[in-house]
Design a protein around this ligand. Structure first.
Ligand code: ADP
Ligand code: MG
Ligand code: MG
Length: 877
């Protein structure tokens, strides 16, 4: 099996085998560009190396020798030969670009003998020994694992002794001394001498590059960027060219377009008389590429022409490494350049306008996860000095405010005109007013789908959660982070995109919809078939959603309307009522409030569907905390403070709250179970919906209510409640309007049994909406509130699970239930409308799955709509 390919034998399509660098070196060689000859050892060879216990097989060694012979022939030089030695670089090259994550060794093939040959051949001893000391340092570091600073120290000391300010001021004598110092250092640190046998150098270097695949920084980079661990790296062996031979030599990097703005201008830096990493290492300040036009006009023109050629060829902005040796240009690498979100959009749009890309191709290129950067305010990076802690990047965007540790204070301070950040161990629905009042949320516990995270994302508020380095001491109104004590009122900044908690108030940049984003979104809309709805609970969110392109509301959670400080007491009265009359009284108060909410929603969404979910959570979520009540009760009883009537009231309240208490509320009295046991609650909500509809219809607004019954598991549940909806609708609307109002009744599919019996349930449903948060919870049997903190993170770390299933839809399990329900439902009722409204509605991979499964829409939080529109188009392509 061929595990080594010469550059001229490969091409860009062989990226999996040759790695990105190798494939592109091959492609450039084929295109006749000036690439120093060389060969690539494949990723398969790397995987074999790991499989047999980190050993290079004899067979591979033979293939390497053969390729080396070819290279010697092409260059007219011999590896390890004293008079005209072949020198090579050994370069890593993974399949997915991982810039700077793995290691490279230059000038390999030098030893005490060949260095003299190189000096004689070039009549430049300084240059030859400069190369030799560089080899020793890189080899010592990458292969032998000696920390760089040992070498840097020796270099620094010698420069002082020699009175040399810069590296290039050093003489041959100086470099020779340094080489001796380095040799001693290597022996001292490893107990072995620097290998004089060039074949041993090569073998050791290849092994080290293979192994660098598993170095910690590469592993972390892969994890963050979701790059699989089992790809392995290729190794490129390439004949050296030298940018460090003198004044007509140099090395640099260019981008064919500006990577931070996307502008179509040549962008880059270079250094005269330098090698390899000197440009990035910041040893000397590099010059802007424009200066090359003055210094080496011909080289500049060649470089410019080659860059444009490569950009056309790859149909994308290129990041190109080049070296000039004795006034001759060589290209050492090209790849699609990394860019920020705004530049990515501009480049994609420009390439379409220049005729290089189709709209489809341009859309396909957009990295949707980067859109977050654009749609939220960002921190002015240069201002950041003190990062206190790092948590999970739960909801992107930047927030600046004064620290508060409880929801009431947040709300109070907000009313007083302050901007606040709410920091809690974790948030509960009772904190909602604090969340609303805050610029951003910080929690020390809970994962990416914890309450704080979900709510914050829904509101488009920045959130950092699960920040374990932060300790909140509620009683003292203090928190510790990064070895500092922070008091209530101290200013902090949250960066929800990276999870950073930053000391002080950082300056922010405003987010905006750029022209390019609008163009891309329009193209996406032309392409996609999947509709995009929004999860929105109030008219303001509905308005934002519509501005961002929502085609309807896919989930309006009516309980969120209950949490406002003016309503919660009435809701509590309703729940705690002893008699039906008392309950009806409370409900009568709630009715106009709900009705006005719905009117606002219908007005904003004029002509578009609004899916309203009837009350879903267990009732105790609206009630005072049981433990707090118990404490207060004990206080009142034993310490005899408070009045008799207060004592009685508390006892009464405690009894009722205890009666409602459930061991396992997520599987308890909630959703349609509530509506069936207490029909008057749903009755009120339905009445409010149709009163609002009626009023809006009178104003000429087109109203399309879609009433959604949560948590149905058996067809009879839906049957009963559908009858209730139809009955109330007719009552409220009256005959004429009843006929005119195109309302729908449907159910959330979130109990596995509902998916399995979809054929029965569909008899009473006009639509199915997959509530994938609960569906995931019940399919896996993972408690969403506990799993992440306890074992899920561990599972994902150990790769037992590919992803957190609450973030990325489990297509194999949960997805299968979705398919069963969609296919079952449609087989009976072809007109059945289907959608998804869980957190997954805003996740790219999950959106792809929804498209493939034939859903009609996805519904996500307003700020994810642009992302979903583009992802839906990508799914179609
Ligand atoms: P990275 O992947 O970290 O960019 P590279 O393999 O591209 O590492 O090597 C880093 C630098 O080393 C290159 O940018 C180039 O300047 C230099 N280099 C690598 N191979 C050669 C070579 N054959 N001749 C001259 N310089 C080289
Ligand atoms: Mg490189
Ligand atoms: Mg649910």
């Amino acid at each position: 099996q061929k595990q080594v390919l010469l550059f001229q034998e490969g091409d860009a399509s062989m990226k999996t085998l040759l790695g990105g660098k190798g494939a592109n070196l091959a492609e450039m060689t084929r295109a006749g560009l000036p690439v120093p000859p060389g060969f690539t050892i494949t990723t398969e060879a790397c995987l074999t190396f790991f499989k047999v216990g980190n050993k290079i097989s004899d067979e591979l060694l033979d293939q390497i020798s053969a390729a080396l012979k070819e290279l010697e022939k092409q260059k007219g030089q011999l590896f390890g030969e004293a008079t005209n030695p072949l020198l090579v670089s050994v370069r890593s090259g993974s399949v997915s670009s991982m810039p700077g994550m793995m290691d490279t060794i230059l000038n390999l093939g030098l030893n005490d003998l060949t260095v003299q040959g190189l000096a004689a051949l070039t009549s430049n001893e300084t240059f030859a020994y400069d190369c030799y000391r560089r080899l020793m340092q890189m080899f010592g570091n990458v292969v032998l694992g000696i920390e760089s600073y040992h070498f840097e120290q020796l270099l620094h000391r010698l420069k002082e002794e020699e009175g040399a300010e810069h590296d290039q001021d050093m003489s041959a004598v100086g470099w020779k001394l340094l080489v001796e110092d380095y040799k001693k250092c290597i022996v001292a640190k490893t107990g072995r001498a620097f290998p004089q046998d060039v074949y041993e150098q090569l073998r050791m270097a290849i092994e080290a590059v293979f192994k660098s695949w598993n170095n910690p920084r590469a592993q972390i980079y892969r994890k963050i960027n979701r790059i699989p661990d089992d790809q392995g790296t290729a190794v490129n062996i390439q004949s050296m060219v030298f940018g460090n031979k003198g004044g007509n030599c140099g090395t640099g990097v260019v981008f064919t377009r500006n990577p931070s703005t996307g502008e179509n201008t040549f962008f880059g830096e270079y250094l005269i008389n330098a090698q390899g990493e000197d440009v990035v290492a910041g040893i000397r300040t590099p010059l802007a590429i424009a200066a090359l036009k003055e210094e080496m006009p011909e080289i500049y023109e060649q470089l410019f022409a080659a860059s444009k050629q490569l950009e056309k060829h790859y149909k994308d902005m290129q990041d190109i490494e080049f070296t000039v040796e004795n006034n001759k240009l060589y290209l050492l690498q090209t790849r699609n350049g990394k860019r920020n979100a705004q530049a990515a959009l501009k480049i994609a749009v420009d390439l379409v306008h220049e005729g290089l890309l189709s709209k489809q191709e341009a859309i396909g290129r957009i990295e949707v996860s980067h859109l977050d950067q654009l749609l939220h305010r960002g921190i002015d990076e240069e201002a950041i000095k003190d990062v206190l802690a790092k948590g999970l990047p739960a909801s992107p965007g930047a927030a600046v405010g004064q620290l508060v540790f409880d929801a009431d204070t947040a709300a109070e301070w907000n009313r007083a005109g302050k901007t606040v950040i709410l920091a809690r161990n974790e948030t509960t629905p009772e904190d909602i007013h604090g969340v609303i009042a805050s610029e951003g949320i910080l929690t020390s516990r809970g994962g990416m789908t914890s309450h704080a995270a979900v709510v914050a994302r829904g509101m488009g508020k920045p959130c950092v959660c699960g920040c374990e380095e932060v300790r909140i001491m509620l009683d003292d109104k203090q928190m510790t982070a990064g070895g500092r004590i922070m008091e209530e009122g101290d200013w902090i900044t949250l960066d929800g995109a990276t999870g950073r908690v930053i000391l002080g108030a950082m300056p922010l940049r405003e987010a905006k919809m750029t022209d390019e984003l609008l163009i891309i979104l329009n193209w996406a809309d032309e392409i996609r078939t999947l509709k995009v709805y929004a999860n929105a609970d109030n008219p303001e969110d509905a308005k934002i959603a519509r501005l961002l392109g929502a085609q309807g509301i896919g989930l309006c959670r009516t309980e969120h309307m209950f949490f406002s400080p003016t309503r919660l007491p009435v809701v509590q009265q309703m729940i705690l009522a002893d008699t039906k009359e008392k309950r009806m009284q409370a409900l009568a108060q709630l009715l106009p409030m709900q009705q006005s909410d719905f009117e606002g929603m219908f007005e904003e969404m004029n002509g578009l569907p609004v899916t309203i979910r009837l009350l879903d959570p267990p009732l105790h979520e609206f009630l005072p905390n049981l433990e707090d009540l118990q404490k207060r009760h004990i206080q009142l009883t034993y310490e005899l403070d408070g009045t008799d009537s207060e004592r009685e009231e508390t006892a009464d309240l405690l009894r009722k709250v205890q009666a409602l208490h459930e061991t396992n509320p997520m599987l308890g009295q909630r959703g349609c179970r509530l509506g069936i046991v207490f029909p008057e609650i749903y009755d009120m909500q339905i009445e409010a919906i149709f009163r609002a509809a009626s009023k809006c219809m009178n104003k000429g607004i087109r109203v399309i209510p879609e009433i959604m019954i949560p948590l149905v598991g058996h067809v009879n549940e839906l049957k009963v409640l559908r009858e209730l909806v139809d009955f109330v609708a007719e009552q409220v609307l009256g005959n004429d309007k009843f006929r005119e109002c195109p309302y729908k009744v449907g159910t959330m599919i979130e109990v596995p049994r509902a998916a399995l019996t979809a054929r029965q349930i569909v008899a009473y449903a006009d639509f199915f909406s997959f509530g994938t948060n609960d569906l995931t919870q019940m399919t896996y049997g993972y408690s969403r509130d506990d799993a992440e903190g306890k074992f899920l993170t561990h599972y994902v770390d150990r790769k037992l699970l590919p992803h957190n299933p609450f973030q990325v839809l489990d297509t194999e399990g949960v997805g299968q239930l979705i398919e069963i329900a969609v296919n079952g439902g449609r087989s009976i009722k072809p007109s059945l409308k289907t959608g998804i409204c869980g957190e997954h509605g805003g996740d790219k991979e999950s959106i792809f799955f929804c498209h493939l499964t034939g859903l009609d829409y996805v519904s996500c939080s307003p700020f994810r709509i642009p992302l979903a529109r583009i992802a839906a188009a990508q799914a179609f392509i």
